[in-house]
Structures are given as C-alpha cells and as structure tokens.
Design a protein around this ligand. Structure first.
Ligand code: NAD
Length: 484
C-alpha cells in the first residue's frame, strides 16, 4: 500500500535571498530516484543573485549579531516548532526527492528540529572568561560571531544536514548563505520557509542553488565570507579548504568516513549481527558514519556472517512511499555505478560475494543490500568509502589485530565496537583513531554530542557544547583602569 501522499505536493523551488523568494531563468530538473519522474525545476543562481546574497548577508549580520541571544534563541525555537508542525509535509518531499522510506524521513525532520533546539539552547551559554590579573587591569575573553558563513550541505539527509549548518550559524549570531544539494533541495527550502515565517530578519539566512563548483568558487573568494562550512566527500573538502586558504578563511569540514566495527568474541553474536546489518542498510548506507568494515573475532566469524547475511538479504527494498519498505534507492545515477565497480574489483581480487552486488529492477537507482566476506586488503573497497549498502565482513585474530586494521585507512570519523568486557571497551575508546567511538551501539551522533572527524575525515565539531565554537572568534580584551 502506498502512503497517502496526494495531500502534500512537492514544493515550488526558489532561491531565498534577503528575505524574499526568487526564481531565475536557468534551471535543472530534480528527479525522484525511485521512479525517474521529474519533481520540479531547480533555479540556478546567477552571479548577480550571489552578489545580492552576499550583500544581504552582510546587512543581516549587522542586525543579527546585535540581536540579544535570548531573542535569537526564541526565533530559532519558533522556526523549529513550525517544522515540527509541518513534519509530514517535509517528510513527503524528502522521500520524493531522496527515496528514503517515509518513516525514516519523518524521523529525520525531528532530528533536524533537535539540532536547531540544541543550538538555540547553547546560544545563551556562549560564556566568555575573566582571567585572574593584577589589581587595576582586567583580561576578558569574549566569544563573538565570526560573520557571514558560506555553507554547503549534501544530499544524504536533505533536512538534517542543512539544519546543522544553519543552526550553528544562527545560534552563534552569524549570517549564512547556504548552497543546499541540487539533488535534494526541498529540505533546505522548508527550513528557509520556517525561518521566514518565524520572523528571522531579512538577509540572515539566504538559500541558493546551482552548479556546486561555480557557487563555491565564487563565494569562498569573497572577503565578506568569514567561514566555509562543508559536509561531503574528502576530495571536495580538500579542494574547498585549498580555495579558503588563499584568504586564510577558516573552514569547518565534515568529510567522508569508512567506519570500522570491531566485534569481540564475548559479545552476543546474533544481536550484534542483526544490529549491524540493519544499521548498514539505513539510508541505503549513504551515511558518513555508516558501519562498513566489520572486523570479527575468528571464533565467532561463521555464526556472525550467517546471521548478518541473512538479515541483509531480507531487507525490503522499494519505493520509500510503500508500507514496510526498509531501504529506498540510491540518491543519483553515479552511486549504483560506483558501487558495482567496487564489488567487481573486490570479487576479482578474491572476495566472496555473499549477497547482492548489483542493481535491482530497471527503473530508478536501486542497488541490492550487498555483503562481501574475506575481502583482501588489496581490494579498492578496503580503502575507498563505498557510501552505499555494502558491508565488508573480515575475521581478525584479536582485538589488537582489529584495532590495527580499523586504523589502517586515511579516514577517522566514526568507529564502533561490540563487547561486554570493560578492558576491551577501554582499549577501543583509547586506541581507535576516530572523532566518534561507540560501544555496543551504532549511533554515532546526537544533537548533544560533539560530532566530527580526525585524519582525512575533516576538522571542527558540530553539536554538543563544542558545536558553536567554529562559528565564533575568541577575542581577548585587556583593560587597564589607568594609562600605563
Ligand atoms: P560529490 O563529491 O560529487 O558530491 C558530494 C557533495 O558535495 C554534493 O552534495 C555536491 O553538491 C557537493 N559538491 C561537489 N563538488 C562541489 C564543489 N566544488 N563545491 C561545493 N560543493 C560541491 O559526490 P557524490 O557522488 O554526490 O557523492 C558521493 C561521495 O560524497 C561519497 O563518497 C561521500 O564521501 C560523499 N558524501 C558525504 C556525505 C557526508 O555526510 N559526509 C554526504 C554526501 C556525500
């Protein structure tokens, strides 16, 4: 049965600049990845639209940085409340443009709201410091908003990804120009709509779309842009960081991952295997923290693999609007091609294909839940992030062996372990090279916990009490009561 979607139409796509909605003559189609149907026409920003957004953001910043933090928080809470009221409408747009099952899209909207609500709470707690000093002089540390942020959000979570960037910027007192993903613009559009309705002053939030490289190249070189915030692949992050370095503009980079999972011999094998297979297929594996490289103790390897493969193969794949569907299509035409190449390479080098490995159906971008066992280190997929529904199951002789293999990639975003032993848990927490380590859970990121990577997975943190730091500068003020 198809969920009732006729009461929600896909929104008309527009740019949002200086508090007004705007169309342009250039546009590109937005495609439903489950059906290939055209959902709408995405307006592409021209240089004059970007210039207008830059000027508006400068004006917006002047107003917003002087707006008391409690008032900023009130506007963010109001916008979030509107998005909660519009949850079903936003979720339908997300499922249409991204393909994920509707219940997952419903949860994503709430997660996006939670990011806003957490950062709104933090907005009133950006405390400074008084440094102990000699009589007659004061040293004060202030935290001030950095200025206009140029932000780039990806397509895997159309609502919660842009939420993180917009929440961080607005809660800190910054203005923002957001270039949301061209494949999935509706989540960001709904965010702009909610802030417009909540009374955000014009220019504080601006939303543009277009060819990513053209927009990022244009915006990043502008003097008024004081922070570049990006979520996406390491290759693009590296490129944007190098553009920003020309003007010494700081960056917040949340990049790729290739998360390891170390499964120790003392764990509940069945429960760990089922949890792993279900989490792997969430969002069709298109998650930067998706568990991918499973290192399983050799004594439980066969039992773990059997349970994992059975659960993965049973995943119900289909149109996200259909009741009971667990996994939708991949986001765009590039993804099934990339996955098929990685599978072919691994099998050619000796890996065992236990299930999946190819496209499903002849419509849309569906790819079967895929499990590869005993994958040699020479296979490309051992180093390259598949960013899809593909799991690698390999055996290890000890936890130390597992940790060494887990750390043997350039990435360091999320890492996981399954064990009931305190000494093992401590070793994993201590030794895994990752910004986020989770034991006995495959959840890596919540609004209240700091999230970000090490190594090629980027730098800076979103969420937690650390999340606003990237959006603020530290200013030390020395104040002598007499001229000295
Ligand atoms: P891609 O590298 O072409 O694009 C990834 C994202 O970066 C897209 O949203 C795109 O709009 C943006 N982008 C690309 N070039 C840009 C530029 N020059 N300036 C600004 N933005 C730019 O890859 P893809 O095929 O769309 O996605 C696959 C890869 O992207 C994956 O391997 C994964 O590493 C990465 N990705 C990561 C996340 C994440 O949450 N970290 C999300 C989506 C994609």
């Amino acid at each position: 049965m198809i969920h009732e979607s006729s009461m929600y139409s896909y929104p008309e796509l527009k740019l949002y600049i200086d508090g007004r909605w705007r169309s342009t003559e250039n546009s590109a189609p937005v495609i439903n990845p489950a059906t290939g149907e055209v959902l709408g026409a995405l307006p592409h920003a021209r240089e004059r639209d970007l210039d207008d957004a830059l000027e508006a953001a400068e004006r917006g910043f002047k107003v917003w940085r002087k707006t008391p933090p409690a008032e900023r928080a009130r506007i963010i809470y109001r916008a979030s409340a509107l998005m909660r009221e519009r949850q079903a409408e936003i979720a339908h747009a997300i499922t249409a443009e991204h393909g994920k099952p509707l219940p997952q899209a419903m949860l994503e909207v709430i997660r996006g709201c939670e990011f806003f609500e957490w950062d709104a709470g933090e907005a009133v707690r950006t405390y400074g410091r008084v440094i102990p000093s000699a009589p007659g002089i004061r040293y004060l540390v202030h935290h001030q908003p950095v200025g206009t942020v140029a932000a780039f959000s990806p397509w895997n979570f159309p609502m919660s990804q842009p939420s993180r960037k917009v929440a961080g910027a607005l809660a800190s007192g910054c203005s923002i120009i957001l270039k949301a993903a061209e494949e999935t613009p509706a989540g960001a559009l709904h965010i702009a709509r909610a802030f417009h309705d909540a009374g955000l002053p014009p220019g504080v939030l601006n939303l543009v779309f277009g060819t990513p490289a053209d927009i990022s190249t244009y915006l990043i070189r502008q003097d008024s842009v004081r922070l570049v915030a990006f979520t996406g692949s390491t290759a693009v992050g590296r490129h944007l960081t190098s553009l920003a370095s020309q003007s010494m503009t700081p960056v917040l980079m949340e990049l790729g991952g290739h998360a390891p999972v170390i499964v120790c011999e003392d764990t509940d094998v069945q429960a760990a295997a089922i949890s792993g297979a279900e989490r792997k297929m969430r969002n069709a594996g298109q998650v930067c923290t998706s568990p991918t490289r499973f290192f399983i103790h050799e004594s439980i390897f066969d039992e773990y693999c059997a349970a994992f493969v059975a659960r993965a193969a049973a995943t119900r794949v289909g149109n996200g609007f259909e009741e009971g569907v667990e996994m939708g299509p991949l986001a765009n035409e590039r993804r099934p091609i990339a996955l098929a190449e990685l599978v072919e390479d691994a099998v050619a080098k000796g890996a065992e294909l236990c299930t999946g490995g190819s496209r499903v159906g002849d419509k849309g971008y569906f790819f079967a839940p895929t499990v590869l066992c005993n994958v040699p280190d020479t296979a490309r997929v051992m180093q390259e992030e598949p960013f899809g529904p593909l799991a690698i199951l390999n055996s290890v002789s000890s936890i130390e062996d597992g940790i060494a293999r887990a750390n043997g990639v350039p990435y360091g975003l999320a890492a996981y372990g399954f064990t009931n032993r305190a000494d093992y848990a401590d070793l994993l927490a201590e030794e895994l090279e990752a910004g986020n380590v989770s034991i006995n859970t495959l959840e890596a990121s919540l609004p209240e916990t700091p999230f970000g990577g090490v190594k090629a997975s980027g730098y800076g943190r979103e969420g937690g009490s650390e999340g606003l730091h990237n959006y603020m500068i530290v200013k030390n003020v020395s104040h002598s009561m007499e001229i000295v």
